[in-house]
Design a protein around this ligand. Structure first.
Ligand code: BG6
Length: 482
């Protein structure tokens, strides 16, 4: 099944930090893919603005290499056509150097205009201020900002205030790239496009929900950033929170930005404070192939967590009594992100205890292989009497939709949404702040108690205490990479 491509309007996208890591790995290859699919019309421009003294030829070479690294060698014709859209301006966000050159390249607002702030948050203020001073912004101009969006409630509020001093909320696109993932959007399609699930989607029928985002990579070259963040700030406050919201929220009346974001906000606000004994923090150790977390971040005493497991409650009518178990970590057994919705057992077993009992379970696999599995109970085949077993009704999207099914990278989707002016998959200021308001006391508690994370083996399932966290409740984690 080939996906439908609807071209966006012509645009000028100016990427501050246009030669940085994110631009190289995600933004530029993503734009190239959209271009090859015919979604970016002629007359659009992609202008990188960065400190490096590069000329246009140098930037075009940089882009070609970035595309080759991310997607494999591009077709010469396609890369030549794409290169025509590119431009480069050496610029300094903290001085006036380069700004009039940028302004000269943007003489009119005929194209939709968006500025991508692919830079550290400390530069947002000077960038925003200079954009206005050089009259580069009109009411239809959009800005795109990336996480980390603050490191606590106060800093997030400051950042929001800075941006709101220069732009309306409707112009600000805060990226959480998990929202751009195809299967994450599918979660909404499955919930709200089917009659089958929604009537059962509550604490009366659901025993518990597990949300797992496991990675096999360590912190790699990002140690300096990561050690100041840890899994809580890096993953839970944003990506896992978004998955939780989409799983738990009420159906919005329309698939429209504020209707969806209002419902997500209600979930975050309904989250109960987490009891300290309902959280397990972990830190990976070495094995024969790898070094420890502490060696990775070059701090032999670091107490930052590379793993978290926690039990949360959404205190509202729909979810009272149904726990949500969240876990995420680096250097785990496999890259595997999934949501498991475990249903309650039938209220009465007509087949007698020897037949066995099973929970229905809906597994939504986000990555690496996207798909949905529903486990249903059937009779064990054969003449051995009435014994029950559970079997998977498996739907791998790749199989069901065919090899041509295009799963765009999250950034491809999100950048096109910026141009379309659709904020549904972007975080609103109040959502970000509410998520920090829930996260802050947890982190403050660890700091006050000098909490030290539990060690776990590299490429394992995480610390054994995380197993106890769920097993105490008579439940068990679904296998990582299983
Ligand atoms: C980023 C985190 O936001 O998400 C990284 O900073 C993490 O630490 C990454 O590795 C995971 O994203 P994905 O798309 O690979 O699951």
């Amino acid at each position: 099944m080939v996906s439908r491509i609807i071209p966006v309007e012509t645009f000028d996208l100016i990427i501050f930090g246009g030669t940085g890591d994110l631009a190289r790995r995600k933004i530029l290859p993503g734009l190239f893919k959209r271009f090859c699919d015919g979604q970016i019309p002629p007359g659009s421009r992609i202008i990188a603005a960065a400190r490096s003294e590069m000329d246009l030829g140098g930037f075009q070479e940089f882009v070609t290499e970035a595309i080759a690294d991310a997607l494999g060698l591009p077709e010469p014709d396609q890369i030549a056509d794409f290169a025509d859209l590119l431009d480069y301006v050496p610029i300094d966000a903290l001085s006036d150097q380069g700004w009039s050159e940028l302004a000269e390249k943007l003489p009119s607002f005929d194209n939709t205009r968006a500025f991508y702030f692919s830079v550290g948050p400390s530069i947002f203020e000077p960038l925003a201020e200079r954009l206005h001073r050089h009259s580069l912004v009109d009411p239809n101009t959009r800005i795109v900002v990336e996480k980390p969006f603050g490191r606590d409630l106060d800093s997030a509020r400051d950042l929001n205030a800075t941006l709101r001093a220069h732009f309306d909320e409707g112009q600000i696109y805060r990226i959480d790239h998990y929202l751009g993932k195809e299967t994450v959007q599918n979660l909404m399609a499955v919930r709200f496009g089917n009659m089958l699930f929604e009537p059962l989607w509550n604490s009366q029928y659901i025993d518990h929900i597990q949300i797992s985002v496991a990675e096999d990579v360590g912190v790699g070259g990002r140690g300096a950033y990561y050690d100041k963040s840890g899994a809580m700030r890096d993953m839970v406050q944003n990506h896992l929170m978004q998955l939780l919201c989409l799983t738990a929220m009420e159906p919005p009346s329309f698939f429209e930005p504020d209707a969806v974001r209002d419902e997500k906000l209600k979930v975050i606000r309904a989250l109960a404070p987490v009891e300290p004994h309902h959280i397990v923090r972990g830190q990976y150790t070495d094995n024969s192939e790898t070094v420890t977390y502490r060696q990775d971040v070059e701090d032999p005493r670091s107490t930052t967590e590379s793993y978290i497991a926690m039990k949360c409650h959404v205190n509202n009518w729909r979810w009272a009594g149904t726990p949500f178990y969240l876990r995420t970590g680096k250097r785990l057994k496999a890259r595997d992100s999934e949501i498991n919705v475990v249903f309650k057992r039938t209220p009465h077993l007509i087949f007698g205890p020897e037949a066995g009992e099973h929970n229905n379970e809906l597994r939504i696999q986000l990555q690496p292989d996207e798909g949905i599995t529903l486990r249903v109970t059937i009779k064990e085949p054969g003449p051995g009497g009435m014994r029950l077993m559970d079997v998977p009704l498996d739907m791998s999207f790749a199989e069901a939709l065919g090899d041509d099914a295009d799963t765009p990278d999250a950034y491809e989707r999100l950048i096109m949404d910026v141009i379309r002016g659709n904020q549904t998959l972007f975080m609103r200021d109040d959502e970000v702040e509410a998520a920090w308001a829930w996260t802050d006391p947890i982190i403050e508690g660890w700091e006050a108690r000098n909490d030290v994370p539990k060690p776990y083996d590299s490429y394992s399932n995480g610390p054994t205490d995380a197993d106890l966290l769920i097993e105490r409740d008579g439940r068990y984690w679904r296998g990582i990479g299983a």
